[in-house]
Design a protein around this ligand. Structure first.
Ligand code: AMP
Length: 511
């Protein structure tokens, strides 16, 4: 039996060739066009000596070329290594070396940095997408070169086994070096098929794709899901509330997927009511805990439901999901998706009973676990201790089978021997009317080991003092949990996906 993930594109193009697969500023591509262009790309790679199972770095923002290259690499039977566009030369070198990449696709905005990194590790095949607004660069060769030349004998498709690696995706690596999770064609297919059904994605949907495609949430839960169900993507290269609102109205977006900070930024947009958002029928949130206030306010004001799910790079995205407004539980990340088992384990590797008093590590087994970490048997063995994949997240389960994530294991604050979950403190801060964004971290303390500090961004025009916020939390949580200091920032630092970067918050303030 063979399975190549790119079969999803071939099938969708067969069902409805003229249907737009992607809308972007100034144009669109149909399913048939993307199918043909990615065939050409695969042929181009082969012409250039890239063989099946070779890794190819893919460092592009959300441009249509991302889709062409992604499916082209897959069709060539090669392995996609998505790379964050914010990476600097030494990081690019690290990722290319670690994944043993033989080529790199990048764009003019990062090409100079990328070329430096690639040169360090001897990767000399670089193709660059030149986009308007960035200065044309002279490194690498034009992307279009791979599409030209002899037309391929269609259909171009290298047969792959379901268990072959399709994508090596690097973990965010906030501790230690990023690790390359090996995701198979089968794992990715399953994580397009099942979540797409649960999200209710239909061929007539227009899904906003503003999450970066180089991250698993965008790649798996948006791109793969849309192509699996023949839907249309509305591509936005970089998040800004203005742009997102404009595009929702322009394209009649029906599904919005985002991380919580995106929903917060939209809600706090001063002119959100000027836009027609009536086409939206569902919002999907993941990547971090979404404050209950945000869900409530969105749903009340705009009349569409926000469903929360949970997942990570290694699980090719979705692991649990709240399938509908009727069945969900607020604060919960929902139930395991089809073919996936989730348990809560103690530090000794024993399954824990249900109930909020039994917080332990979330472990996963099933169709969405990775093959392992590329060339890293120690990390793979550690992650799969006891036969289940260890997520590094802490959570608990209730008697109805719903899961609750309390925090990342490494974000847990231990203050004088007491466990404090930052998320619980953040939830309270978010309920304060002046708070736009909040992040709670542990800071070193001589006597207590760690103490609690909150970083807060206030809503535009709103005021609050440090003492006021401390008291506000103190009145609502046990005495060991309230923040002892609050630092105000104009903006909280975020990674490319929009998640708040707690590690960099601990660095001295720059604003
Ligand atoms: P990444 O691999 O970058 O996608 O990060 C995955 C991590 O994001 C998980 O291990 C969780 O810590 C966090 N995460 C994802 N979804 C949620 C959610 N709904 N609630 C809380 N944390 C989440």
């Amino acid at each position: 039996m063979s399975l190549n993930l790119a079969a999803m594109l071939r099938e969708a193009a067969r069902v409805d060739p003229t249907k737009p697969v992607v809308l972007f500023d100034g144009g669109q591509l149909s399913y048939a066009e993307l199918d043909a262009l990615s065939d050409c790309f695969a042929t181009g790679l082969r012409r250039e000596g890239i063989r099946p199972a070779d890794a190819v770095g893919l460092q592009l923002p959300n441009l249509p070329q991302f889709l062409i290259a992604y499916f082209g690499i897959l069709k060539a039977g090669s392995v996609v290594v998505p790379l964050n566009v914010l990476l600097r030369a030494p990081e690019i070198a690290y990722h290319l070396r670690d994944s043993e990449a033989r080529a790199l696709i990048t764009w003019s905005g990062t090409a100079v940095e990328a070329a430096k990194g690639a040169a360090d590790v001897g990767v000399d095949r670089i193709w660059v997408v030149n986009t308007p607004g960035t200065s044309e660069v002279s490194v690498g060769r034009p992307f279009e070169e791979l599409l030209g030349g002899e037309q391929p004998d269609r259909p171009f498709f290298v047969e792959t086994e379901p268990g072959d690696t399709a994508v090596i995706i690097y973990t965010s690596g906030t501790t230690g070096r990023p690790k390359g999770a090996e995701l198979s064609h089968f794992q990715l297919y399953m994580n397009a098929d099942t979540p797409g059904r649960l999200f209710g994605v239909r061929a007539d949907d227009i899904v906003m794709v503003v999450l970066p495609l180089f991250h698993v949430f965008g790649l798996s839960s948006e791109l793969n899901v849309c192509v699996r169900f023949g839907a249309t993507m509305s591509l936005v290269p970089r998040f800004s509330a203005d742009k997102v609102l404009e595009v929702i109205q322009r394209d009649g977006v029906t599904i919005f997927e985002g991380v919580p900070t995106m929903y917060i930024a939209l809600l706090n947009h001063p002119r959100i009511d000027d836009y027609d958002l009536s086409s939206l029928r569902v919002g999907i949130s993941g990547g971090a805990a979404i404050p209950a206030e945000v869900i409530d306010e969105f749903e009340q004001r705009f009349g569409f439901v926000i469903l929360e799910g949970y997942g990570m790079s290694e699980t090719a995205s979705t692991t649990t999901f709240n399938v509908s407004a009727e069945e969900r539980k607020i604060y919960s990340v929902g139930k395991p998706i089809w073919g996936v088992e989730v348990e809560i384990w103690s530090d000794q590797g024993q399954p824990l009973p249900t109930g909020p008093e039994h917080v332990g590590e979330v472990v996963v087994r099933g169709v969405n676990t990775p093959k392992g970490y590329y060339k890293n048997p120690e990390a793979t063995a550690e992650a799969f201790a006891g036969g289940w994949f260890h997520t590094g997240d802490l959570g608990w389960a209730d008697e109805d089978g719903f899961f609750f994530i309390v925090d990342r294991k490494k974000d847990l604050i231990i203050r004088g021997g007491y466990n404090v979950y930052p998320r619980e403190v953040e939830e309270v801060l978010y309920s304060h009317p002046s708070v736009a964004e909040a992040a709670v971290v542990g800071v070193p303390h001589d006597l207590l080991g760690e103490d609690i500090k909150a970083y807060v961004e206030l809503k535009k025009g709103a005021t609050a003092t440090e003492a006021e916020l401390i008291n506000y939390v103190k009145e609502r949580l046990a005495a060991y949990k309230y923040p002892r200091t609050v630092e105000f920032r104009n903006e909280l630092p975020k990674g490319a996906t929009g998640k708040i970067l707690k590690e960099s918050l601990k660095q001295p303030s720059t604003n």
